[in-house]
Design a protein. Structure first.
Length: 129
């Protein structure tokens, strides 16, 4: 009887949590000099803010670097606003955030995971070995 109660509870209250997040998009991009400054000209030193500015430059301002790809998710301001709090490093990330935040230029590959068009987290990988 106890097992039936536990299974019923799980069936009613856990299904959303049990769903696996899906890869909903990916792109390559260069985190270049223009991505290190926000639209007011203020220098960015936070890696997440630089990732966010890169997507704003691509989708909103039309200032993509030659190697920047578009993505299906971050055309929305709301989704871009999530970037600083949802990024994580892939296995090859190492010192990438500190290097980029200090002004370094890097080519990266981004995987976007979530549900539908809502990103839950992004994984940042070095784009070239």
């Amino acid at each position: 009887m106890r097992l039936i109660a536990i299974l019923t509870f799980c069936a009613l209250f856990v299904p959303g949590a049990a769903q696996a997040q899906q890869l909903i998009g990916s792109y390559y991009t260069t985190l270049g000099p223009q991505d290190h400054y926000n639209s007011s000209g203020v220098r960015l030193t936070d890696f997440g803010a630089i990732l966010q500015q890169d997507r704003a430059n691509v989708h909103r301002f039309g200032r993509a670097d030659a190697s920047d790809q578009r993505d299906p998710i971050f055309g929305s301001r709301e989704n871009r606003s999530r970037i600083p709090s949802i990024w994580t490093l892939g296995a090859s990330g190492g010192g990438l955030p500190a290097y980029v935040a200090s002004g370094g230029i890097s080519y990266v590959y981004i995987e976007i995971y979530g549900f539908g068009n809502t990103p839950q987290y992004i994984v940042v990988h070095q784009g070239a070995g």
